[in-house]
Ligand binder design. Structure first.
Ligand code: HEM
Length: 403
């Protein structure tokens, strides 16, 4: 049993509560059946639609909802608190019309062709990580494997030092998991402190020594004939670091956790690797890691609830993916599920720009793991731990490898 502090999820939800962190699906099921838009006074007031229809209505509506801040915390920025029109981490924190400019800039780096070119090195990386586990019968599938893959790939794309992996992990924790700290301390940590210092140091190094990577590309890039503002370069790099790492690490981890608990699916996927692309989509649907947030830009009626300008709203794409009115048998993982138009990568103009990269990393990571370890199981399900906040994934998955 978890030590939950919430008595009614419809009127007092908390996405950092231990019960939500441990297993949010029963909470969303319950809310879907009796209160499709929940509310909490926590974090200065926030809403939570849980149906696919409610989540989609908000995600497609950029007039009534702003992406000014996409992580619910005790810091509620007003438009004047952020560099306009860029936001803190473009394009994810940008609204139209600037959003499309910031997004277009990044598209070539994440095109199917650009990502296909990264596949051989991603495969080598997975094999090296598996080599390093060789001979042990107990492995942590999250700590020894999943967490390293997206981190090393994005650090390589940005041209940052690979040995800074631990620093990156700490920054991600600071941005995504420390959301319930007091406002002033959070602003200091996320917008002024060592994260900014680190990024500025890396950017200055790239300015002095340009090379063939994404950071140098952003420094040299132009919008309407003008170089990008320094806060735009820094914000974009910050976004790629945050968006590209623990999202995919969580998705790889959840898939391995599932396979380690469901021998039927594990055996089938090991025997039929051609199922990997559809299995990846199904893992993304069933264990979608990312819940986004919006702020209400103009008062709005959502499914009978009156939302007020300045309120937070959580967008739980993982709950939309378990809506039985859209996905038959939503709680069952069906490796070859037909018609799987899931919302794990979001809906609307902010739809994930890194989806080609994430899919490639998932397919390669799972394929290489199963080729090396076709027979494994989660050794102690109660020892599995999950991240708190808006990106959900296992942070420790002890597994036993069959000899
Ligand atoms: C399984 C892994 C991933 C999942 C589930 C995921 C999910 C999402 C979601 C739900 C959004 C929509 C945000 C919104 O509506 O506000 C998004 C946006 C975004 N993602 Fe991902 N993501 C993943 C991996 C990646 C990777 C590897 C990258 C690249 C480094 C990336 C870069 C981005 C960017 C740049 C955006 C902002 C797009 C925009 O605002 O136009 N993501 N992602």
């Amino acid at each position: 049993m978890t030590d939950s502090k919430v008595t009614d999820w419809a009127t007092d939800f908390d996405h950092t509560d231990p019960a939500w962190v441990q297993d949010p699906y029963p909470i969303w099921d319950d809310l879907r059946s009796r209160c499709p838009v929940a509310h909490t006074d926590r974090y200065g007031g926030a809403w939570l639609p849980v149906t696919h229809r409610g989540v989609a209505a908000v995600a497609y509506d950029t007039e009534h909802f702003t992406s000014r801040s996409v992580v619910v915390s005790n810091v509620k920025p007003g438009p004047e608190d952020l560099p306009a029109p860029i936001g803190l981490a473009p394009p994810i924190t940008s609204d139209p019309p600037f959003h499309s400019l910031a997004r277009r800039l990044l598209l070539p780096a994440f095109s199917p062709r650009a990502i296909a070119a990264l596949e051989p090195m991603t495969r080598d990386l997975c094999r090296e990580l598996l080599d390093a586990t060789g001979g042990r019968s107990e492995i942590d599938a999250a700590v020894d494997y999943a967490q390293h893959i997206p981190l090393k790939v994005i650090v390589g794309m940005l041209g940052f030092p690979q040995e800074d992996a631990d620093i990156f992990r700490r920054f991600i924790h600071m941005v995504l998991e420390s959301v319930d700290m007091p406002a002033e301390a959070r602003i200091e940590q996320v917008e002024r402190g060592e994260i900014v210092d680190y990024l500025e140091e890396q950017i200055a190094d790239h300015q002095a020594h340009p090379r063939d990577d994404l950071t140098s590309f952003l420094i040299a890039a132009e919008l309407d004939g003008t170089r990008l503002a320094p806060e735009m370069v820094r914000g974009t790099v910050l976004l790629l670091m945050i968006a590209g790492i623990d999202t995919t690490w969580s998705a790889i981890g959840s898939a391995l956790w599932h396979l380690g608990l469901h021998p039927g699916d594990r055996k089938r996927l090991s025997a039929e690797p051609e199922l990997l692309p559809s299995a990846v989509e199904e893992f993304l649907r069933a264990y979608a890691p990312v819940t986004m947030a919006r702020m209400v830009a103009q008062d709005f009626e959502l499914e009978g609830r009156s939302l007020r300008e300045g309120d937070w709203l959580l967008l739980p794409f993982p709950s939309a993916n378990r809506d039985p009115s859209v996905f038959p048998e939503p709680d069952r993982v069906i490796l070859d599920r037909a018609d799987n138009r899931h919302a794990a990568f979001g809906l609307g103009i902010h739809r994930c720009l890194g989806s080609n990269l994430a899919r490639m990393e998932l397919r390669v990571a799972l394929g290489e793991w199963l080729a090396r370890y076709p027979d494994f199981e989660v050794s102690d399900p109660s020892a599995v731990t999950w991240s708190a906040g808006q990106v959900r994934g296992p942070r420790s998955i002890p597994v036993r490898i069959a000899s």
